[in-house]
Each structure stands twice: as structure tokens, then as C-alpha cells.
Design a binder for this molecule. Structure first.
Ligand code: 13P
Length: 248
């Protein structure tokens, strides 16, 4: 499976940063063994798409409805209309701050698919859950409950992002990543049969140029979802290079 390297800019980026997006898009073209994309603030999508050409630009959430009385929300149709080809769904920051439940996330993934978007659906345990020995149970429950029945077919991938590894510089141990990704893979195969083998499972949480080669070489790690280290082309480049080297 080709590695999939996706940047998540979170609530960062204004028109001043369009040049950085263009630089990242140009880098992506040079790493032709790797699939890559950038998920940016909705306000920048249309201008970014115009500026980068074919490089895939995405959003970071979408509403479960296509339109209606939902002040401040953005629908899959709107993301698609602005030129997005993908969106993140169910990021732990939204699960925590916006109280998104697995049922919401499932509906959002279905809405993204209906709008023709690819989706990166995030799961991950908190530090308390890991320390209580519940990481596998929590993450597998999220996988079961937030993935739609139509998840196979290439439009959806799962991102395992342990909450305690996000933005902390504390990367999950390779053995823990291996164990979790294997468990997610088993759950996907149980539910979707052979198609479950083809659903990419990304790792996210403090991935950077120093640790990407190790993480991306682990079994069932089909790519990365990168926050801080996706904000500049200079930091994103070594991650793309690590994926490119493995892809060869
Ligand atoms: P960091 O790479 O900044 O830890 O963020 C990971 C993340 O949340 C990507 O969605």
C-alpha cells in the first residue's frame, strides 16, 4: 500500500500562509511514491486549491447535514464546492471540545462520502484510559461505533491518534503502535472482509522528521496524520522523504 501523509493545520493559517501551502504542494509532487494531502482551515480552501493545482486540499470537519439552520458549521457539500477532496472527521480535539460522539462521527463520515469527499476518521485513547489498561477497548469501540457500514471502497481511512501524543512531543512506543494498528486491522477485516485489508490506518501524534522513518516502517502503519510538523514545508519534507524511501 502506498503511504498516505496528511497534514492537519488545525486552527492555523491565514492568507499569509498560502505560500507555505504552495511549497508543500510542490514538495508533494517530488515525492511521487507517496500520496499526500493537506487539511487546512475552511477559510483558506478555495484560495489554496487555486494556488496549488492538483495537490489534494481538505477540510478538518463537516456537518452531518448538507445544509440548514446550523450556524457556524460547514457541510461536506460546501467543502467540496470550495475544491476540497477530503476531510478529517472525529479528531480528538473535536471529540473533547465539541463533545462529538461516535454516532455524530459516523453520520459525518456518511455525509462526507455523500458529498464525494474522502474521509480520515480519527480514533484514540486518553492518557487516563491508557494508564487504566483500556486503550485497546476504547479505540476498538470507537472503530466499531464511528465507522459507517459503507467504510470500505477506498474513500475512508482510519487515523490512530493517542490523545496524549498529540502536540506533546511524546510519541507512542513502536510496540504500542504495532499492537494498536494490528488490533484495528483485525477489527476492519472482521467487519469488511478482504476490503478491510485495504483501509489505510494512519498514525498521528508528534510525528516529525526525526521519528517518521521508524513509525512508517511499522506493520499496518499506512501513513501519518501530522499536526505541528505540517505547518512548514521545511518540517514536512523529511516526513515525505521517509515515506518515499519506504515506498520504493
Ligand atoms: P501533532 O503532530 O502536532 O502532535 O498533531 C497530531 C494531530 O493531532 C494530527 O491530527
Amino acid at each position: 500500500m502506498r503511504k498516505y501523509i496528511v497534514g492537519n493545520w488545525k486552527m492555523n493559517g491565514t492568507s499569509n500562509d498560502l505560500g507555505e501551502i504552495v511549497a508543500i504542494g510542490a514538495l508533494a509532487q517530488l515525492h511521487n511514491n507517496v500520496d499526500s494531502a493537506l487539511c487546512i482551515p475552511a477559510t483558506l480552501i478555495e484560495r489554496a486549491v487555486t494556488a496549488v493545482g492538483a495537490f489534494p486540499i481538505g477540510g478538518q470537519d463537516c456537518h452531518m447535514q448538507a445544509s440548514g439552520a446550523h450556524t457556524g458549521c460547514v457541510s461536506g457539500e460546501m467543502l467540496s464546492d470550495a475544491g476540497s477532496v477530503l476531510t478529517i472527521i472525529g479528531h480528538s480535539e473535536r471529540r473533547a471540545a465539541q463533545q462529538e460522539q461516535d454516532s455524530d462521527i459516523r453520520a459525518k463520515a456518511e455525509a462526507a462520502n455523500a458529498a464525494g469527499l474522502k474521509a480520515i476518521l480519527c480514533v484514540g485513547e486518553t492518557l487516563e484510559e491508557r494508564e487504566a489498561g483500556k486503550a485497546l477497548e476504547i479505540v476498538l469501540a470507537q472503530v466499531t461505533q464511528s465507522l459507517p457500514d459503507a467504510a470500505a471502497g477506498g474513500w475512508l481511512c482510519v487515523a490512530y491518534e493517542p490523545v496524549w501524543a498529540i502536540g506533546t512531543g511524546r510519541v507512542a512506543e513502536p510496540a504500542d503502535v504495532t499492537e494498536m494498528h494490528a488490533a484495528i486491522r483485525r477489527a476492519l477485516v472482521e467487519r469488511f472482509g478482504a476490503e478491510g485489508q485495504k483501509i489505510r490506518i494512519l498514525y498521528g501524534g508528534s510525528m516529525n522528521g526525526d521519528n517518521a522513518a521508524v513509525l512508517l516502517a511499522l506493520p499496518n502503519v499506512d501513513g501519518g496524520l501530522i499536526g505541528g510538523a505540517s505547518l512548514t514545508a521545511a518540517q514536512f519534507q523529511p516526513i515525505l522523504a521517509a515515506a518515499q524511501a519506504i515506498g520504493k
